[in-house]
Design a protein around this ligand. Structure first.
Ligand SMILES: [Zn+2]
Length: 448
């Protein structure tokens, strides 16, 4: 039975223990015992053990993009992403996903909420140590595009048997790009949903009056259909009330009716908002309302978004960014949001919390500073990085280790130094079940 200990252990739900021992068997934790550090098989001393971090929103398939200077307007940035996707090949997508996985694990991220535009993301994740809720992206405003998107998603859901480290969800892309019927069908599947929501100021003009730069941009792509949209955020949300889990990504420009709807809904533990701090700053949006939403009971979790709007996929850097700007929360509250709360909203209720019976996904982070009173605060105020990363009780990354490469079906690219160990065998974890209501039985209905 392997066991480790360190001076501090944070459990992910607010408790900080001293000189704690963590023991596990197979993929699950069997003991967390404060004061018993000396009994551990491996002792790390002046270090912090904590749950793996959860990046609640990213696009692994964009991980070979590099951030350029802030865009003049959202349409020019979206145009760049669309152009990139049109030139991507299966091999380049696989390589981008693999890069994103390597980078995530090196930064101590053990679970992601990923938006996948193609099945290639699943092909790479199937052989990787990273846990994921993979939200299959569906979009299209015209009936024909929406129908094609739905049929493609259904075919993928029918052919996929998620095993090991990922489970499936759906991502109707956004209120401005996705036909009403697609939201309704997605909600009926009972799969977890993630939606880019109230991301840009220009969205609202399109929804309420079919005007503004988004209309011109969609027309230029021959993608505009004035019969396709919900007239407001709250009218869309009403259709999503049956969703088992719902992540609203960004919410940079919430209307008061949207906030009221969210607050009313927030107590049921099924809906949350993803705030991507550095991506938010990249676009130059007004201050994000995450603290006001949190104070009114809306769960908030953190994401990086993609490398098209962020220099890296370092979730800890997002927390440090927030902390350095006068965060009124305690470090424990902040890390709880980035571990336990985020795992729960991604439907991984057995991850993000170090306790007997939970999944053994954890980090060991050495803390070099003297006179440490609060190790979580020290972690936010220094540049300490994970030394060891475990997923399902297996070491998947050790700082300074030799490259171990990719042992899966991803045939593109070469392994980077210190890359995570991809040679572990996934498949021994039961991914969270989504629903008894099979999505594959749904057909295109009259909800158009
Ligand atoms: Zn995104």
């Amino acid at each position: 039975m392997p066991s480790i200990s360190a001076r501090w252990l944070f459990d992910g739900k607010g408790c900080l223990y001293e000189h704690a021992l963590l023991a596990w068997e197979g993929e699950r934790i069997i003991a967390v015992e404060p004061g018993r550090a000396s009994y551990a098989e491996q002792r790390f001393g002046q270090a912090l053990i904590m749950p793996g971090l959860v990046n609640a929103h990213t696009h692994l398939d964009l991980s070979d993009l590099s951030m350029q200077e802030s865009p003049r307007d959202p349409c020019s940035w979206l145009g760049r992403v669309v152009a990139y996707r049109r030139t991507a090949t299966a091999a380049s997508i696989c390589e981008a996903v693999r890069r994103g996985i390597v980078e995530s694990v090196q930064h101590g991220v053990t679970l992601v909420g990923d938006i996948a535009a193609t099945r290639h993301t699943l092909e790479v994740l199937r052989n990787s140590p990273l846990r994921a809720t993979v939200f299959l992206e569906i979009l299209g405003l015209s009936k024909s595009r929406a129908r094609a998107a739905w049929q493609a998603a259904r075919a993928l859901l029918r052919s996929e048997t998620p095993a090991g480290h990922y489970c499936l969800g759906l991502s109707p892309h956004s209120p401005y790009s996705t036909r009403r019927g697609l939201f309704c069908l997605a909600a009926q599947t009972r799969l977890p949903l993630a939606i880019h929501f109230a991301e840009f100021a220009e969205e609202l003009a399109l929804l309420t009056s079919h005007t503004g730069p988004f209309r011109a941009w969609l027309e230029s792509l021959s993608a505009w259909d004035e019969t396709a949209l919900f007239p407001s955020y709250e009218s869309l949300l009403r259709w999503l009330r049956s969703a088992t889990r719902l992540l609203l990504v960004h919410v940079n420009y919430p209307t008061e009716p949207l906030v009221t709807t969210l607050v009313h809904w927030a107590g049921n533990d099924r809906v949350g908002v993803v705030y991507c701090p550095r991506t938010h700053a990249y676009f130059g949006h007004p201050p994000h309302p995450w603290l006001q939403l949190l104070q009114r009971g809306v769960p908030i979790v953190f994401g990086t978004d993609s490398r098209a709007s962020n220099p890296d996929l370092d979730l800890l850097a997002e927390l440090r960014y927030v902390w350095q700007r006068g965060c009124p929360l305690t470090p424990a509250e902040l890390f709880q949001m980035a571990t336990h709360t985020a795992a729960k909203l991604l439907n991984w209720t057995e991850a993000g919390f170090l306790a007997p019976g939970r999944l053994a996904d954890f980090l060991v982070i050495p803390l070099e500073a003297a006179n440490i009173h609060d190790p979580l605060r020290t972690l936010l105020e220094t540049d300490s990085t994970p030394q060891h990363v475990y997923v399902g009780g297996q070491l998947v990354y050790a700082a300074g280790s030799e490259a171990r490469g990719c042992g899966g079906t991803c045939s593109t690219g070469t392994a980077a130094n210190n890359s995570p160990n991809f040679s572990r065998k996934p498949g021994n974890t039961s991914p969270p079940s989504s629903s008894a209501d099979s999505p594959t039985t749904r057909t295109w209905s009259g909800l158009e």
